[in-house]
Design a protein around this ligand. Structure first.
Ligand code: C2E
Ligand code: MG
Ligand code: MG
Length: 658
């Protein structure tokens, strides 16, 4: 994939000469003799650059590159043609469908140089597209920096942090205090690395690199001290900032003493401050800081950091019990005293022991703060010791999210297929295509983990189109091979459905791949449909008009209301596994499922039950009138070969039955 190029020309001699030249220069080359053939090759071949002739029968180079631009916007197109075509190519160049025009006959050196530029242009474009997405969807403060230091883009959170609306074009180091400016200029961050710096307005930041390409990086700015809060809210000279806290912890670690660090966060503070106003919320923080200071006396020190996190540093604890007793004696008198709009405040408190839980001050503190933020989102936990494993899980999730940006391009995704069994036909009536992600370092990652991440962080649309394209190609191939597989169900995420180009993309790819729309079923989750009923109705109708069947997935995990469904062109209702888990032992579950089946049949829908693992469960749902089952009892999700073998064995089984 790294240096992959597709050559298109109707003259075989030219293709041969170019292939020789380019393979010698280290490129991986595919060829096509017409525009049609090129589009077919691209269905299975992820390449970065297409070099095409202009004059070709049926589809000329212009039409081909315009189509490629629509279908694969990342691919860089080059035209290699005679001088007389220049006028026609000009409009392509102007429309952005072609990147460069190269003249026939070509100079080898010149051509390879232009090709190298085209590859650089590809990386640059991809970086910009990914960066745009990140900046749009991420709640973190993000900056796009072009080398060496120029800010090219910033999101709202970053503008707020840097304290300026207009920052594009300025140098990032302008915003830093003098010593950090020099440190910054000396260091080049790579993806995953971070460093701490201080802004001119004294905000301390942990800066990490999210994405990099040869010409620039995306930086994430994470404030560790909220100076605005410190300055405006109160004048407590004993209050520490991040840097001071780090040096206090270092001193203790170096002198071999033990200590406890406690982080306290008010739950849902963001929400509270929106409701009661920012200044009132700040006054509350001030009250709490004062109370904590008084309650702590000379026992330790207090810091106030970003995200309204208070940190108590209590030195010389002799045991965990001692640490807990000291902490409780300081916090208890405070928690009952401060109310917000006469509601009792709820706190998330986490602590760690030094040196047992770590002896590198910055890492210990950062991990503790991260753990406390995670805990504040969990309404059940109140008081918890630093949990290294939970932090590692969270960090793993963050790394997964980074890696997900490259999963499609690096061919780490593939599909598995899970069979569906139809009671009436007594045979397999279709399958569900389920995505799998094999990462070289993380191993096999479950879609239950990465699909929600992709939805949250903007990679879902690319991944979704990859799934659709791969499923279409597979279904079309099976039909050509005469395999009777029924319908292939494909999961469609809500994000995909909202893409303005979705229906157009589907129509185009039906045509390109030759897939039969009636061989397809789209699965959409109940929760998404319910929340976006009006917007979805039009798209669903367009899908149905193409002949693609529509299923509601995970029915029973949301509101489980059927009345709204009658307005939509739904063909299938898939009852979620969680709804039938206890069907063998719980009569209420049985009658619930029976009711759902009756209602669905009244609305002319077929009912599929998911996650059926045992024969008993299978017999019960059959007796309740369900039409189709999907679950380990029939088969687990399998590779294409395994699934086709299963299909064959079922075919011979039903042949012997009839
Ligand atoms: P889903 O669409 O409800 O898919 C069914 C899930 O239940 C699959 O998990 C399947 O392996 C699992 N399953 C099936 N039968 C049984 C059973 O008998 N017992 C148990 N314990 N589990 C069973 P998987 O493959 O891990 O997928 C999880 C979810 O990830 C899917 O739930 C779907 O929401 C999402 N997903 C998977 N592939 C795609 C995709 O290509 N696109 C989108 N947007 N989402 C996908
Ligand atoms: Mg599904
Ligand atoms: Mg499901």
């Amino acid at each position: 994939m790294d240096k992959s190029v597709l050559l298109v020309d109707d003259e075989v001699g030219i293709l041969k000469a170019l292939t020789r030249l380019l393979t010698r220069s280290g490129y991986s080359v595919k060829v096509a003799q017409s525009g049609e053939e090129a589009l077919n090759v691209l269905l299975n071949y992820d390449c970065k650059v297409v070099l095409t002739d202009f004059r070709m029968p049926y589809m000329d180079g212009g039409e081909l590159l315009s189509k490629i631009k629509r279908l694969y916007p990342d691919i860089v197109g080059l035209v290699l043609s005679g001088y007389s075509d220049f006028e026609s190519v000009k409009s392509l160049l102007n429309a952005g469908s072609a990147y460069r025009y190269l003249q026939k006959p070509w100079e080898d050196e010149e051509l390879t140089k232009e090709l190298a530029h085209a590859f650089m242009h590809y990386d640059q474009q991809l970086f910009q597209r990914q960066s745009q997405k990140m900046l749009l969807v991420s709640p973190d403060a993000l900056l796009e920096i072009s080398h060496p230091c120029k800010i090219t883009q910033a999101n709202i959170a970053a503008r707020k942090l840097l304290g300026s609306a207009v920052i594009e074009g300025r140098s990032f180091d302008e915003f830093l205090v003098e010593p950090d400016r020099v440190r910054w200029q000396e260091q080049t961050l790579t993806v995953g690395q971070s460093m701490s710096i201080r802004l001119l307005n004294h905000t301390e930041l942990e800066v990490s690199c999210r994405l990099a390409c040869p010409s620039g990086v995306i930086l994430c700015l994470n404030p560790v001290t909220d100076v605005e809060l410190l300055n405006t809210a109160f004048e407590l000279p004993s209050l520490l900032n991040y840097q001071q806290l780090i040096s206090v912890i270092s001193q203790y670690i170096n002198s071999g003493h033990s200590a406890v660090l406690v982080v306290i966060k008010i739950r849902s503070f963001e929400l509270w401050s929106r409701m009661i106003g920012y200044s009132e919320a700040q006054r509350t923080i001030e009250d709490i800081a004062l109370l904590l200071c008084n309650s702590m006396g000379a026992q330790g020190q207090l810091a106030l950091l970003a995200n309204e996190q208070f940190v108590l540093f209590l030195p010389d604890v002799v045991s965990e019990l001692d640490a807990l007793q000291k902490t409780a004696s300081i916090i208890d008198p405070v928690t009952g005293k401060v109310n917000l709009i006469s509601s009792k405040l709820d706190y998330a408190v986490s602590y760690c022991l030094i040196p047992e839980d770590g002896d590198e001050p910055r890492t210990v503190l950062n991990n503790l703060l991260l753990g406390n933020l995670m805990m504040a989102e969990d309404p059940v936990r109140m008081f918890m010791r630093y949990d290294q494993q939970a932090i590692e899980r969270k960090k793993h999730q963050i790394s997964l999210n980074q890696a997900l940006y490259h999963a499609v391009k690096q061919r780490q995704l593939f599909l598995h297929f899970q069979a569906k069994f139809d009671f009436a036909k007594y045979s397999l009536s279709g399958c569900e295509a389920l995505i799998r992600w094999q990462h070289p370092e993380f191993g096999m990652v479950s879609p239950a983990l990465f699909i929600p991440l992709a939805e949250q962080h903007g990679q879902m649309v690319d991944i979704g189109y990859w799934v659709l394209k791969t499923a279409f190609i597979t279904a079309a191939k099976w039909r050509v091979e005469g395999i009777h597989f029924g319908k292939m169900a494909i999961n469609i995420s809500g994000r995909q459905l909202m893409e303005p180009d979705f229906i157009h993309w589907i129509k185009h790819h039906i045509q390109l791949t030759g897939v039969e729309p009636t061989d397809l079923e789209f699965e959409l989750t109940e929760t998404f449909l319910l929340n976006n009923l009006e917007d979805c109705a039009i798209t669903l109708k367009a899908i149905a008009a193409l002949g693609i069947s529509i299923a509601i997935d995970d029915f029973g995990t949301g509101y489980s209301s059927l009345s709204y469904l009658s307005k939509l062109p739904i063909n299938v209702l898939k009852i979620d596994r969680s709804l039938v888990l206890d069907i063998e032992s719980n009569l209420n579950t049985e009658s619930l499922v029976a009711n759902v089946v009756r209602l669905a049949h009244d609305l002319n829908m077929k009912v599929v039950v998911e996650g059926i693992e045992t024969l008993d469960q299978l017999n019960i749902v059959k007796s309740l009138g369900c039409d189709v089952v999907q679950g380990y009892c029939i088969s687990k999700p399998q590779s294409e070969e395994e699934y086709l073998a299963l299909l064959t064995s079922f075919e011979s089984l039903s042949a012997t039955m009839t």
